[in-house]
Design a protein around this ligand. Sequence first.
Ligand code: AKG
Ligand code: FE2
Length: 311
Amino acid sequence: MCSNVQSKIPILEFSKENLNPGTNSSLSISHSVRGALESYGCFIAVYEKFTSDLHDEMFKSAKELFDLPMEAKVKNKSNFAGSGYGGNFSTMPLFEYLGIENGANLEATKNFTNIMWPDGNDSFCGTAHSYCKLLLELDHTVIQMVANSYELENFYNSFIESSFYLTRFMKYRVPKEDEINIGLLPHTDKNFMSIIHTNHVRGLEIETRAGEWIDLQPSPSTFLVIAGEPMMAWSNGRIHAPLHRVVIRGKEEKYSIGNFSLINGTVQVPEKLVNGENQLKFKPFSHPAFLEYCKQGGPTMESAIKSFSGI
Ligand SMILES: O=C(O)CCC(=O)C(=O)O
Ligand SMILES: [Fe+2]
């Protein structure tokens, strides 16, 4: 059963006023971010800095990217799971993706563009780079708010020092007759935190703690922020890592872009989040080793972090 009452998922305004550090409104939104992540494992961020022109340009460029011949797309190679090129999956035939590692770095975006278009494509490169930078900024803002709300002064800096990012362009084609309409199988994210942006086509669905599937209504300036299993473990189980999936119910192709944060090192529950009522639930773990572990069970492996580092 799927409901489209997306108002159940908190919608938070990231306006200039709300983001002014040290103000009451910035502290109040920090607590709302934490509350949403603890109750739902996700929230919708309305990001004022993000213009609908950039949305339109980025999704036009994403279509141009997927319209390239297969010989070009498979040249985007990576050893990193979920990066490089992926498509033609037997269980998810509609799904195709291309990843850029650290796309907010101009060299990385240029490199990707030159692999895809050996004669260059300045328009794609410029748009993708501006876009990745804004997503990175939003990611850092959310992390700062989570740190503020838990009163963990050092967390933000240590996160920035050890995090790296994957920007993934994703396409879901329309199913052929007699083909399943599953775009992406239900899964919890294995990266730390994800920010998902989508074109106007619906299809991304999130499961609430009560087991109800919510269908998200896309809009140009809204982003879905989702906690992954490592973030849940870092918070000692306070933050929820929700199941989500993509289902293509209509007759239009869906494009989405995700910014996925990862930690190049150890994830450890801060001491402040362990007390009499909240005994330590997760041992420190290496995020890269956790990703290796998940390769065995595939991306749909449930509660992988509990079997990997749970106490
Ligand atoms: O494309 C989407 O809307 C969701 C993508 C997603 O959940 C993922 O890549 O982990
Ligand atoms: Fe996901």
